[in-house]
Design a protein around this ligand. Structure first.
Ligand SMILES: *[C@@H]1O[C@H](CO)[C@@H](O)[C@H](O)[C@H]1NC(C)=O
Ligand SMILES: *[C@@H]1O[C@H](CO)[C@@H](O)[C@H](O)[C@H]1NC(C)=O
Ligand SMILES: *[C@@H]1O[C@H](CO)[C@@H](O)[C@H](O)[C@H]1NC(C)=O
Length: 548
Protein backbone atom coordinates (compact mmCIF):
# COMPACT_ATOMS: atom_id res chain seq x y z
CA UNK A 1 0.00 0.00 0.00
CA UNK A 2 1.33 3.43 -0.88
CA UNK A 3 1.09 6.43 1.45
CA UNK A 4 -1.60 7.66 -0.95
CA UNK A 5 -3.67 4.56 -0.28
CA UNK A 6 -3.28 5.04 3.45
CA UNK A 7 -4.50 8.60 3.08
CA UNK A 8 -7.44 7.33 1.06
CA UNK A 9 -8.28 4.84 3.80
CA UNK A 10 -8.14 7.56 6.39
CA UNK A 11 -10.51 9.62 4.29
CA UNK A 12 -12.86 6.66 3.93
CA UNK A 13 -12.74 5.88 7.64
CA UNK A 14 -12.32 9.27 9.29
CA UNK A 15 -13.17 7.79 12.70
CA UNK A 16 -10.04 5.70 12.64
CA UNK A 17 -7.80 8.69 12.72
CA UNK A 18 -9.64 10.16 15.67
CA UNK A 19 -9.35 7.35 18.17
CA UNK A 20 -9.87 9.12 21.50
CA UNK A 21 -6.99 7.58 23.40
CA UNK A 22 -4.36 7.99 20.71
CA UNK A 23 -1.44 10.07 21.89
CA UNK A 24 1.28 11.54 19.76
CA UNK A 25 4.67 9.89 19.90
CA UNK A 26 6.37 6.98 18.22
CA UNK A 27 5.72 4.63 21.14
CA UNK A 28 1.98 4.96 21.27
CA UNK A 29 -0.32 2.24 20.06
CA UNK A 30 -2.77 2.92 17.30
CA UNK A 31 -4.29 1.72 14.10
CA UNK A 32 -2.07 -0.49 11.98
CA UNK A 33 -1.98 -1.22 8.28
CA UNK A 34 -0.02 -3.46 6.00
CA UNK A 35 2.36 -2.16 3.38
CA UNK A 36 3.61 -5.02 1.26
CA UNK A 37 5.13 -7.49 3.76
CA UNK A 38 5.36 -4.92 6.56
CA UNK A 39 3.00 -3.91 9.32
CA UNK A 40 3.07 -0.12 9.58
CA UNK A 41 1.41 2.70 11.46
CA UNK A 42 -0.61 5.45 9.85
CA UNK A 43 2.54 7.38 8.96
CA UNK A 44 3.93 4.33 7.17
CA UNK A 45 6.60 3.63 9.80
CA UNK A 46 7.32 0.02 10.66
CA UNK A 47 5.64 -1.39 13.75
CA UNK A 48 7.23 -4.70 14.63
CA UNK A 49 5.05 -7.06 16.64
CA UNK A 50 7.12 -8.60 19.44
CA UNK A 51 4.36 -10.33 21.37
CA UNK A 52 3.82 -12.82 24.14
CA UNK A 53 0.83 -15.16 24.10
CA UNK A 54 -1.35 -14.75 27.18
CA UNK A 55 -3.96 -17.47 27.58
CA UNK A 56 -7.54 -16.70 28.61
CA UNK A 57 -9.20 -19.60 26.79
CA UNK A 58 -8.78 -22.44 29.27
CA UNK A 59 -11.62 -23.83 31.39
CA UNK A 60 -12.02 -20.81 33.75
CA UNK A 61 -12.01 -18.33 30.79
CA UNK A 62 -10.03 -15.92 32.93
CA UNK A 63 -6.70 -14.49 31.78
CA UNK A 64 -4.14 -16.67 33.55
CA UNK A 65 -2.16 -15.35 36.49
CA UNK A 66 -4.71 -13.00 38.04
CA UNK A 67 -4.55 -15.07 41.22
CA UNK A 68 -0.79 -14.54 41.34
CA UNK A 69 -0.15 -10.88 40.53
CA UNK A 70 -2.11 -7.65 40.00
CA UNK A 71 -3.02 -7.26 36.34
CA UNK A 72 -1.21 -3.92 36.32
CA UNK A 73 2.00 -5.57 37.45
CA UNK A 74 1.65 -8.32 34.85
CA UNK A 75 1.25 -5.63 32.17
CA UNK A 76 4.36 -3.80 33.32
CA UNK A 77 6.34 -7.02 33.34
CA UNK A 78 5.30 -7.60 29.72
CA UNK A 79 6.81 -4.20 28.91
CA UNK A 80 9.91 -4.62 31.02
CA UNK A 81 10.67 -7.95 29.36
CA UNK A 82 10.77 -6.10 26.05
CA UNK A 83 7.45 -7.12 24.49
CA UNK A 84 5.24 -4.49 22.89
CA UNK A 85 2.25 -6.71 22.36
CA UNK A 86 0.15 -9.55 23.75
CA UNK A 87 -1.70 -12.18 21.75
CA UNK A 88 -4.62 -12.69 24.10
CA UNK A 89 -6.54 -15.90 23.55
CA UNK A 90 -10.30 -16.41 23.98
CA UNK A 91 -12.85 -19.17 23.33
CA UNK A 92 -15.88 -18.68 21.05
CA UNK A 93 -18.27 -19.38 23.93
CA UNK A 94 -17.06 -16.31 25.82
CA UNK A 95 -18.74 -14.24 23.11
CA UNK A 96 -21.75 -16.38 22.28
CA UNK A 97 -22.90 -18.20 25.43
CA UNK A 98 -24.37 -15.75 27.88
CA UNK A 99 -24.53 -18.37 30.61
CA UNK A 100 -20.73 -18.55 30.45
CA UNK A 101 -19.88 -14.89 29.81
CA UNK A 102 -22.08 -13.78 32.69
CA UNK A 103 -20.37 -15.95 35.30
CA UNK A 104 -18.18 -13.94 37.61
CA UNK A 105 -14.44 -14.60 37.79
CA UNK A 106 -15.02 -15.84 41.33
CA UNK A 107 -17.91 -18.08 40.28
CA UNK A 108 -16.07 -19.51 37.28
CA UNK A 109 -13.01 -20.46 39.32
CA UNK A 110 -15.07 -21.94 42.15
CA UNK A 111 -17.28 -24.04 39.85
CA UNK A 112 -14.05 -25.76 38.79
CA UNK A 113 -12.99 -26.34 42.38
CA UNK A 114 -10.33 -23.63 42.19
CA UNK A 115 -11.07 -21.87 45.48
CA UNK A 116 -7.37 -21.17 46.04
CA UNK A 117 -7.16 -19.33 42.73
CA UNK A 118 -10.35 -17.39 43.54
CA UNK A 119 -8.81 -16.33 46.85
CA UNK A 120 -5.65 -15.34 44.98
CA UNK A 121 -7.72 -13.11 42.68
CA UNK A 122 -9.45 -11.60 45.71
CA UNK A 123 -6.03 -10.63 47.10
CA UNK A 124 -4.27 -9.57 43.90
CA UNK A 125 -7.11 -8.29 41.77
CA UNK A 126 -10.06 -7.54 44.05
CA UNK A 127 -11.57 -5.22 41.44
CA UNK A 128 -11.84 -8.11 38.97
CA UNK A 129 -13.16 -10.79 41.31
CA UNK A 130 -16.85 -10.02 40.95
CA UNK A 131 -16.76 -8.89 37.34
CA UNK A 132 -18.31 -11.13 34.73
CA UNK A 133 -15.91 -13.07 32.54
CA UNK A 134 -16.41 -10.76 29.57
CA UNK A 135 -16.00 -7.62 31.72
CA UNK A 136 -12.83 -9.05 33.27
CA UNK A 137 -11.50 -9.84 29.80
CA UNK A 138 -12.10 -6.20 28.79
CA UNK A 139 -10.29 -4.99 31.90
CA UNK A 140 -7.23 -7.03 30.94
CA UNK A 141 -7.27 -5.54 27.43
CA UNK A 142 -7.66 -2.00 28.74
CA UNK A 143 -4.95 -2.46 31.36
CA UNK A 144 -2.57 -3.55 28.62
CA UNK A 145 -3.64 -0.43 26.71
CA UNK A 146 -2.73 1.79 29.63
CA UNK A 147 0.74 0.29 29.44
CA UNK A 148 0.93 1.00 25.71
CA UNK A 149 0.80 -2.69 24.91
CA UNK A 150 -0.86 -3.74 21.69
CA UNK A 151 -3.32 -6.63 21.81
CA UNK A 152 -4.13 -9.24 19.22
CA UNK A 153 -7.30 -11.10 20.07
CA UNK A 154 -6.83 -14.72 19.14
CA UNK A 155 -9.76 -17.08 18.86
CA UNK A 156 -7.96 -20.12 20.21
CA UNK A 157 -10.84 -22.62 20.52
CA UNK A 158 -14.66 -22.87 20.74
CA UNK A 159 -15.39 -24.68 24.02
CA UNK A 160 -13.06 -23.45 26.79
CA UNK A 161 -10.15 -25.76 27.56
CA UNK A 162 -6.57 -26.57 26.72
CA UNK A 163 -5.92 -26.50 22.99
CA UNK A 164 -5.21 -28.38 20.71
CA UNK A 165 -5.69 -31.98 19.78
CA UNK A 166 -6.86 -33.47 16.50
CA UNK A 167 -9.95 -35.04 17.99
CA UNK A 168 -11.04 -32.47 20.59
CA UNK A 169 -14.06 -31.37 18.57
CA UNK A 170 -12.57 -27.88 18.08
CA UNK A 171 -10.28 -28.63 15.14
CA UNK A 172 -12.13 -27.63 12.01
CA UNK A 173 -15.34 -26.09 10.73
CA UNK A 174 -18.16 -28.54 11.39
CA UNK A 175 -16.48 -30.36 14.29
CA UNK A 176 -18.58 -31.09 17.37
CA UNK A 177 -17.98 -27.74 19.09
CA UNK A 178 -17.02 -25.76 15.99
CA UNK A 179 -20.18 -24.43 14.40
CA UNK A 180 -19.08 -22.00 11.67
CA UNK A 181 -22.06 -19.70 12.20
CA UNK A 182 -21.48 -19.44 15.92
CA UNK A 183 -17.82 -18.78 15.19
CA UNK A 184 -18.69 -15.92 12.81
CA UNK A 185 -21.05 -14.55 15.46
CA UNK A 186 -18.28 -14.60 18.05
CA UNK A 187 -15.84 -12.83 15.74
CA UNK A 188 -18.37 -10.09 15.04
CA UNK A 189 -19.05 -9.62 18.72
CA UNK A 190 -15.44 -9.50 19.83
CA UNK A 191 -14.54 -7.18 16.94
CA UNK A 192 -17.41 -4.86 17.87
CA UNK A 193 -16.72 -4.90 21.63
CA UNK A 194 -13.19 -3.63 21.04
CA UNK A 195 -14.10 -1.23 18.27
CA UNK A 196 -13.08 1.75 20.35
CA UNK A 197 -10.05 0.20 22.05
CA UNK A 198 -7.12 1.57 20.08
CA UNK A 199 -4.64 -0.92 21.53
CA UNK A 200 -6.55 -3.84 19.98
CA UNK A 201 -4.64 -3.86 16.71
CA UNK A 202 -5.54 -7.25 15.30
CA UNK A 203 -7.88 -10.21 15.46
CA UNK A 204 -6.68 -13.65 14.51
CA UNK A 205 -9.64 -15.61 13.28
CA UNK A 206 -8.89 -19.10 14.52
CA UNK A 207 -5.93 -20.86 16.01
CA UNK A 208 -4.45 -24.09 14.60
CA UNK A 209 -7.07 -25.57 12.29
CA UNK A 210 -6.56 -29.32 12.24
CA UNK A 211 -8.07 -32.77 12.24
CA UNK A 212 -9.74 -35.16 9.84
CA UNK A 213 -12.28 -32.63 8.58
CA UNK A 214 -9.78 -30.06 7.34
CA UNK A 215 -10.02 -29.20 3.65
CA UNK A 216 -9.15 -26.28 1.41
CA UNK A 217 -12.63 -25.55 0.08
CA UNK A 218 -13.88 -24.80 3.57
CA UNK A 219 -10.70 -22.94 4.46
CA UNK A 220 -11.18 -20.43 1.64
CA UNK A 221 -14.94 -20.20 2.20
CA UNK A 222 -14.92 -19.63 5.94
CA UNK A 223 -11.75 -17.60 6.20
CA UNK A 224 -13.19 -15.17 3.71
CA UNK A 225 -16.48 -14.98 5.62
CA UNK A 226 -14.68 -14.58 8.94
CA UNK A 227 -12.39 -11.91 7.56
CA UNK A 228 -15.28 -9.91 6.13
CA UNK A 229 -17.24 -10.25 9.38
CA UNK A 230 -14.36 -8.90 11.46
CA UNK A 231 -13.60 -6.10 9.05
CA UNK A 232 -17.23 -5.00 8.88
CA UNK A 233 -17.52 -4.93 12.67
CA UNK A 234 -14.15 -3.28 13.24
CA UNK A 235 -12.36 -1.86 10.18
CA UNK A 236 -9.46 -0.69 12.36
CA UNK A 237 -8.01 -4.11 13.15
CA UNK A 238 -5.58 -6.25 11.20
CA UNK A 239 -7.29 -9.47 10.13
CA UNK A 240 -5.00 -12.42 10.79
CA UNK A 241 -5.46 -15.78 9.08
CA UNK A 242 -3.93 -19.05 10.15
CA UNK A 243 -3.21 -22.10 8.02
CA UNK A 244 -3.88 -25.82 8.20
CA UNK A 245 -2.35 -28.73 10.10
CA UNK A 246 -1.94 -26.88 13.43
CA UNK A 247 -1.03 -23.73 11.49
CA UNK A 248 2.15 -25.41 10.36
CA UNK A 249 1.42 -24.67 6.73
CA UNK A 250 0.13 -21.91 4.48
CA UNK A 251 1.79 -23.53 1.46
CA UNK A 252 -1.54 -23.84 -0.34
CA UNK A 253 -1.65 -20.04 -0.69
CA UNK A 254 1.39 -20.13 -2.94
CA UNK A 255 -0.64 -20.95 -6.00
CA UNK A 256 -4.10 -19.93 -4.85
CA UNK A 257 -4.11 -16.61 -2.98
CA UNK A 258 -7.17 -15.59 -1.00
CA UNK A 259 -8.93 -13.28 -3.39
CA UNK A 260 -12.07 -11.18 -3.51
CA UNK A 261 -11.79 -9.61 -0.07
CA UNK A 262 -13.58 -6.28 0.05
CA UNK A 263 -10.74 -4.56 1.91
CA UNK A 264 -7.04 -3.94 1.44
CA UNK A 265 -4.09 -3.12 3.64
CA UNK A 266 -5.30 -5.17 6.61
CA UNK A 267 -4.60 -8.82 5.85
CA UNK A 268 -1.86 -10.73 7.71
CA UNK A 269 -1.06 -14.45 7.77
CA UNK A 270 0.14 -16.36 10.80
CA UNK A 271 2.30 -19.48 11.08
CA UNK A 272 3.43 -21.62 14.04
CA UNK A 273 6.83 -23.23 14.47
CA UNK A 274 7.82 -25.45 17.39
CA UNK A 275 10.89 -27.66 17.64
CA UNK A 276 8.78 -30.59 18.86
CA UNK A 277 6.98 -30.64 15.51
CA UNK A 278 10.18 -31.60 13.77
CA UNK A 279 10.43 -35.12 15.20
CA UNK A 280 13.63 -35.80 17.12
CA UNK A 281 15.74 -33.97 14.55
CA UNK A 282 16.81 -31.12 16.81
CA UNK A 283 18.11 -33.53 19.41
CA UNK A 284 19.53 -36.31 17.25
CA UNK A 285 20.51 -34.77 13.94
CA UNK A 286 23.39 -32.71 12.64
CA UNK A 287 22.31 -29.22 13.71
CA UNK A 288 23.78 -27.51 10.64
CA UNK A 289 21.85 -29.82 8.34
CA UNK A 290 18.69 -29.77 10.44
CA UNK A 291 18.63 -25.97 10.68
CA UNK A 292 19.31 -25.60 6.96
CA UNK A 293 16.65 -28.11 5.92
CA UNK A 294 13.95 -26.99 8.32
CA UNK A 295 14.45 -23.27 7.62
CA UNK A 296 14.01 -24.06 3.97
CA UNK A 297 10.81 -25.91 4.87
CA UNK A 298 9.56 -22.84 6.74
CA UNK A 299 10.08 -20.73 3.63
CA UNK A 300 8.00 -23.20 1.62
CA UNK A 301 5.28 -23.41 4.28
CA UNK A 302 4.83 -19.67 4.79
CA UNK A 303 8.01 -17.63 4.33
CA UNK A 304 7.23 -17.29 0.63
CA UNK A 305 4.34 -14.99 1.58
CA UNK A 306 6.87 -12.31 2.53
CA UNK A 307 8.28 -12.49 -0.97
CA UNK A 308 4.75 -12.26 -2.36
CA UNK A 309 4.18 -9.08 -0.35
CA UNK A 310 2.13 -10.31 2.63
CA UNK A 311 3.03 -9.88 6.31
CA UNK A 312 3.72 -13.20 8.06
CA UNK A 313 3.21 -13.22 11.82
CA UNK A 314 5.05 -16.13 13.48
CA UNK A 315 2.35 -16.17 16.13
CA UNK A 316 3.56 -19.18 18.13
CA UNK A 317 6.99 -20.58 18.80
CA UNK A 318 8.34 -21.69 22.13
CA UNK A 319 10.89 -23.66 24.07
CA UNK A 320 11.63 -24.90 27.54
CA UNK A 321 12.66 -21.51 28.90
CA UNK A 322 15.05 -22.85 31.53
CA UNK A 323 17.16 -24.37 28.75
CA UNK A 324 16.77 -27.93 30.04
CA UNK A 325 15.70 -29.42 26.71
CA UNK A 326 18.68 -29.86 24.34
CA UNK A 327 16.49 -30.20 21.24
CA UNK A 328 14.66 -26.97 22.12
CA UNK A 329 17.98 -25.19 22.61
CA UNK A 330 19.17 -26.09 19.11
CA UNK A 331 15.78 -25.19 17.67
CA UNK A 332 15.84 -21.81 19.39
CA UNK A 333 19.21 -20.83 17.92
CA UNK A 334 17.98 -21.75 14.47
CA UNK A 335 14.64 -20.02 15.00
CA UNK A 336 16.37 -16.82 16.12
CA UNK A 337 18.58 -16.81 13.04
CA UNK A 338 15.53 -17.10 10.78
CA UNK A 339 13.47 -14.57 12.74
CA UNK A 340 16.36 -12.09 12.58
CA UNK A 341 17.11 -12.61 8.92
CA UNK A 342 13.46 -12.27 7.87
CA UNK A 343 12.87 -9.63 10.56
CA UNK A 344 9.60 -11.39 11.40
CA UNK A 345 6.73 -10.21 13.52
CA UNK A 346 6.22 -12.87 16.19
CA UNK A 347 4.57 -14.01 19.41
CA UNK A 348 6.21 -16.36 21.86
CA UNK A 349 4.30 -19.12 23.61
CA UNK A 350 3.93 -18.07 26.36
CA UNK A 351 3.71 -15.27 28.88
CA UNK A 352 2.04 -17.38 31.58
CA UNK A 353 4.21 -19.05 34.17
CA UNK A 354 1.33 -21.30 35.20
CA UNK A 355 -2.34 -22.07 34.63
CA UNK A 356 -5.20 -22.07 37.15
CA UNK A 357 -5.85 -25.54 35.75
CA UNK A 358 -4.70 -27.32 32.64
CA UNK A 359 -5.80 -30.76 31.49
CA UNK A 360 -7.22 -31.38 34.94
CA UNK A 361 -4.12 -30.36 36.90
CA UNK A 362 -4.38 -27.25 39.10
CA UNK A 363 -1.53 -24.72 39.25
CA UNK A 364 0.06 -26.34 36.22
CA UNK A 365 3.62 -25.14 35.63
CA UNK A 366 4.15 -23.78 32.08
CA UNK A 367 7.77 -24.67 31.32
CA UNK A 368 7.46 -22.59 28.13
CA UNK A 369 6.38 -19.54 30.14
CA UNK A 370 8.68 -16.51 30.19
CA UNK A 371 7.38 -15.75 33.68
CA UNK A 372 8.10 -17.94 36.67
CA UNK A 373 5.49 -20.32 38.12
CA UNK A 374 4.26 -17.65 40.58
CA UNK A 375 4.42 -14.89 37.93
CA UNK A 376 6.74 -12.81 40.11
CA UNK A 377 9.83 -12.69 37.87
CA UNK A 378 11.27 -13.87 34.57
CA UNK A 379 11.75 -17.63 34.61
CA UNK A 380 15.19 -17.19 33.05
CA UNK A 381 16.76 -13.73 32.50
CA UNK A 382 19.34 -15.22 30.13
CA UNK A 383 16.49 -16.32 27.88
CA UNK A 384 15.37 -12.70 27.62
CA UNK A 385 18.86 -11.72 26.49
CA UNK A 386 18.65 -14.35 23.77
CA UNK A 387 15.42 -12.97 22.29
CA UNK A 388 16.13 -9.27 22.84
CA UNK A 389 17.73 -8.74 19.42
CA UNK A 390 14.55 -9.77 17.62
CA UNK A 391 12.36 -7.54 19.79
CA UNK A 392 13.51 -4.50 17.80
CA UNK A 393 13.12 -4.11 14.06
CA UNK A 394 16.20 -4.53 11.88
CA UNK A 395 14.44 -2.96 8.93
CA UNK A 396 12.02 -0.12 8.44
CA UNK A 397 10.69 0.41 4.92
CA UNK A 398 9.87 4.04 5.68
CA UNK A 399 13.52 4.95 6.29
CA UNK A 400 14.92 5.68 2.88
CA UNK A 401 17.70 8.11 3.67
CA UNK A 402 19.47 5.82 6.13
CA UNK A 403 22.09 3.63 4.47
CA UNK A 404 21.76 -0.12 4.78
CA UNK A 405 24.33 -2.29 6.50
CA UNK A 406 24.87 -5.76 7.89
CA UNK A 407 24.70 -6.97 11.48
CA UNK A 408 26.64 -10.05 12.62
CA UNK A 409 24.18 -11.82 14.90
CA UNK A 410 25.16 -14.70 17.20
CA UNK A 411 21.89 -16.55 17.87
CA UNK A 412 23.11 -18.88 20.60
CA UNK A 413 23.75 -15.88 22.88
CA UNK A 414 21.42 -13.33 21.27
CA UNK A 415 24.38 -10.94 20.98
CA UNK A 416 26.13 -9.29 18.03
CA UNK A 417 29.74 -8.83 16.96
CA UNK A 418 30.98 -5.38 17.94
CA UNK A 419 34.24 -3.49 18.20
CA UNK A 420 35.18 -3.29 21.86
CA UNK A 421 35.36 0.40 22.78
CA UNK A 422 38.24 -0.14 25.18
CA UNK A 423 40.66 -2.50 23.43
CA UNK A 424 39.40 -2.11 19.85
CA UNK A 425 39.03 -5.87 19.41
CA UNK A 426 36.05 -7.80 18.03
CA UNK A 427 33.78 -9.00 20.80
CA UNK A 428 30.16 -10.03 21.40
CA UNK A 429 27.91 -7.32 22.80
CA UNK A 430 24.35 -6.07 22.76
CA UNK A 431 22.79 -5.86 19.32
CA UNK A 432 21.49 -2.42 20.35
CA UNK A 433 25.03 -1.14 19.94
CA UNK A 434 24.24 -1.63 16.31
CA UNK A 435 27.64 -1.95 14.64
CA UNK A 436 27.45 -1.42 10.88
CA UNK A 437 29.24 -4.09 8.86
CA UNK A 438 29.49 -4.82 5.20
CA UNK A 439 29.71 -8.49 4.27
CA UNK A 440 31.10 -7.96 0.80
CA UNK A 441 30.80 -10.13 -2.27
CA UNK A 442 34.46 -11.10 -1.69
CA UNK A 443 33.37 -12.43 1.73
CA UNK A 444 35.21 -9.76 3.69
CA UNK A 445 33.66 -8.51 6.90
CA UNK A 446 34.34 -4.81 6.74
CA UNK A 447 33.40 -2.37 9.45
CA UNK A 448 31.51 0.05 7.26
CA UNK A 449 33.22 3.23 6.13
CA UNK A 450 36.31 2.47 8.23
CA UNK A 451 38.30 0.20 5.93
CA UNK A 452 38.90 -2.15 8.86
CA UNK A 453 38.09 -5.80 8.36
CA UNK A 454 38.00 -8.91 10.52
CA UNK A 455 41.01 -11.17 10.08
CA UNK A 456 42.65 -14.07 11.82
CA UNK A 457 45.69 -13.70 14.00
CA UNK A 458 48.62 -16.06 14.17
CA UNK A 459 48.56 -16.42 17.95
CA UNK A 460 45.84 -17.98 20.07
CA UNK A 461 43.42 -18.49 17.17
CA UNK A 462 42.50 -14.85 17.67
CA UNK A 463 40.50 -12.57 15.39
CA UNK A 464 41.40 -8.88 15.10
CA UNK A 465 40.70 -5.80 13.02
CA UNK A 466 43.19 -5.19 10.24
CA UNK A 467 43.67 -2.78 7.39
CA UNK A 468 45.20 -5.25 4.93
CA UNK A 469 42.07 -7.05 3.88
CA UNK A 470 43.41 -8.99 0.89
CA UNK A 471 44.96 -12.11 2.45
CA UNK A 472 43.09 -15.38 2.93
CA UNK A 473 42.77 -14.81 6.67
CA UNK A 474 40.37 -11.93 5.88
CA UNK A 475 37.98 -14.03 3.83
CA UNK A 476 35.02 -15.54 5.67
CA UNK A 477 32.95 -17.93 3.65
CA UNK A 478 29.60 -19.00 5.00
CA UNK A 479 29.61 -22.80 4.81
CA UNK A 480 27.54 -25.84 5.86
CA UNK A 481 23.84 -26.31 5.26
CA UNK A 482 23.00 -23.82 8.00
CA UNK A 483 25.01 -21.19 6.14
CA UNK A 484 26.05 -19.88 9.53
CA UNK A 485 29.60 -21.19 9.86
CA UNK A 486 31.96 -18.36 8.85
CA UNK A 487 35.03 -20.25 7.68
CA UNK A 488 38.50 -19.05 6.87
CA UNK A 489 41.84 -20.56 5.87
CA UNK A 490 44.60 -19.21 7.95
CA UNK A 491 47.02 -19.68 10.76
CA UNK A 492 50.39 -21.33 10.50
CA UNK A 493 49.08 -24.48 8.76
CA UNK A 494 46.42 -22.93 6.51
CA UNK A 495 43.70 -25.28 7.67
CA UNK A 496 40.00 -24.55 7.66
CA UNK A 497 38.78 -22.78 10.80
CA UNK A 498 35.49 -21.20 11.79
CA UNK A 499 34.65 -18.05 13.66
CA UNK A 500 33.78 -18.82 17.26
CA UNK A 501 33.37 -17.15 20.64
CA UNK A 502 35.57 -17.59 23.69
CA UNK A 503 34.08 -17.66 27.18
CA UNK A 504 35.13 -14.01 27.69
CA UNK A 505 33.08 -13.15 24.55
CA UNK A 506 36.18 -12.45 22.44
CA UNK A 507 35.87 -13.52 18.80
CA UNK A 508 38.27 -16.33 17.89
CA UNK A 509 38.51 -19.22 15.44
CA UNK A 510 38.31 -22.93 16.17
CA UNK A 511 38.05 -26.09 14.05
CA UNK A 512 34.71 -26.05 12.21
CA UNK A 513 32.07 -28.17 13.94
CA UNK A 514 29.33 -30.38 12.58
CA UNK A 515 30.13 -30.23 8.92
CA UNK A 516 27.58 -32.54 7.36
CA UNK A 517 29.92 -35.44 6.78
CA UNK A 518 30.32 -35.81 10.52
CA UNK A 519 26.78 -37.14 11.02
CA UNK A 520 24.83 -36.48 14.23
CA UNK A 521 26.39 -33.50 15.92
CA UNK A 522 25.15 -30.60 17.99
CA UNK A 523 28.33 -28.72 18.87
CA UNK A 524 28.08 -26.07 16.16
CA UNK A 525 25.96 -23.39 17.77
CA UNK A 526 28.70 -21.25 19.25
CA UNK A 527 30.00 -21.04 15.66
CA UNK A 528 26.68 -19.86 14.25
CA UNK A 529 26.78 -16.28 12.99
CA UNK A 530 23.94 -14.87 10.94
CA UNK A 531 24.55 -11.91 8.68
CA UNK A 532 21.40 -9.81 9.02
CA UNK A 533 20.48 -6.94 6.74
CA UNK A 534 19.43 -3.76 8.53
CA UNK A 535 18.68 -0.12 7.88
CA UNK A 536 17.61 0.97 11.32
CA UNK A 537 19.02 4.26 12.43
CA UNK A 538 22.14 4.50 14.53
CA UNK A 539 24.07 1.81 12.71
CA UNK A 540 27.15 3.83 11.97
CA UNK A 541 30.32 2.50 13.43
CA UNK A 542 32.30 5.06 11.46
CA UNK A 543 30.90 7.93 13.47
CA UNK A 544 31.52 5.92 16.65
CA UNK A 545 35.10 5.28 15.60
CA UNK A 546 35.71 8.91 14.84
CA UNK A 547 34.29 10.05 18.12
CA UNK A 548 36.20 7.48 20.15
C1 LIG B 1 -17.73 -9.91 45.78
O1 LIG B 1 -19.05 -10.33 45.97
C2 LIG B 1 -19.27 -10.97 47.22
C3 LIG B 1 -20.66 -11.54 47.25
O2 LIG B 1 -21.59 -10.61 46.73
C4 LIG B 1 -19.00 -10.00 48.33
O3 LIG B 1 -19.17 -10.61 49.59
C5 LIG B 1 -17.57 -9.49 48.22
O4 LIG B 1 -17.31 -8.49 49.18
C6 LIG B 1 -17.28 -8.95 46.85
N1 LIG B 1 -15.85 -8.69 46.75
C7 LIG B 1 -15.34 -7.62 46.22
C8 LIG B 1 -13.85 -7.49 46.27
O5 LIG B 1 -16.00 -6.76 45.69
C1 LIG C 1 29.54 -3.09 0.61
O1 LIG C 1 30.69 -2.77 -0.11
C2 LIG C 1 30.55 -2.86 -1.52
C3 LIG C 1 31.91 -2.56 -2.12
O2 LIG C 1 32.83 -3.50 -1.70
C4 LIG C 1 29.51 -1.89 -1.99
O3 LIG C 1 29.32 -2.03 -3.38
C5 LIG C 1 28.20 -2.19 -1.28
O4 LIG C 1 27.23 -1.26 -1.61
C6 LIG C 1 28.41 -2.18 0.23
N1 LIG C 1 27.18 -2.62 0.85
C7 LIG C 1 26.69 -2.02 1.92
C8 LIG C 1 25.43 -2.63 2.47
O5 LIG C 1 27.20 -1.06 2.44
C1 LIG D 1 46.12 -26.20 12.44
O1 LIG D 1 46.07 -25.11 13.34
C2 LIG D 1 44.89 -25.05 14.13
C3 LIG D 1 44.96 -23.80 14.98
O2 LIG D 1 45.79 -22.86 14.40
C4 LIG D 1 44.78 -26.30 14.98
O3 LIG D 1 43.59 -26.27 15.72
C5 LIG D 1 44.79 -27.52 14.09
O4 LIG D 1 44.80 -28.69 14.90
C6 LIG D 1 46.00 -27.52 13.19
N1 LIG D 1 45.88 -28.60 12.23
C7 LIG D 1 46.89 -29.37 11.88
C8 LIG D 1 46.59 -30.44 10.87
O5 LIG D 1 48.01 -29.21 12.34
Amino acid sequence: MSPGDILLLLLLFPLLSLSPNAVAGSDDVGVLFTSSRWIVDRTGSRVKLACANWAAHLDPVVAEGLGNQPVDRIASSVRSMGFNCVRLTWPVYLATRTSLASLTVDGSLRRLGLADSAEGVAVNNPRLLNLTLIEAFKEVVWTLGRHNIMVILDNQISAPGWCCSKLDGNGFFGDKYFDPNEWIESLKKMAAIFNSSPNVVGISLRNELRGPRQNLIDWYRYMQRGAEAVHAANPAVLVILSGLDYDKTLAFLHDKPLEDLSFKGKLVFELHWYGFSDGGDWENGNTNAVCGDISQGIMAKGGFLLEQGWPLFLSEFGVDIKGDNPGDNHFLSCFLSVAAELDLDWAIWALQGSYYIREGRPNYDETYGVLSWDWSEPRNPYFLQRISAIQSPFQDPSISNSPAYDVIFHPSTGLCVLRDRLNGRPVLGSCDENEAWNYTSQHKLVLKDSGLCLQTEEEDNGVKFGEECEDSGSKWEAISKSGMLLSTRSGNNGSLACMDVRSDKAIVTSPCSCLEKEGPCSAAESQWFKIVYSNRRGGSSFSKLRSS
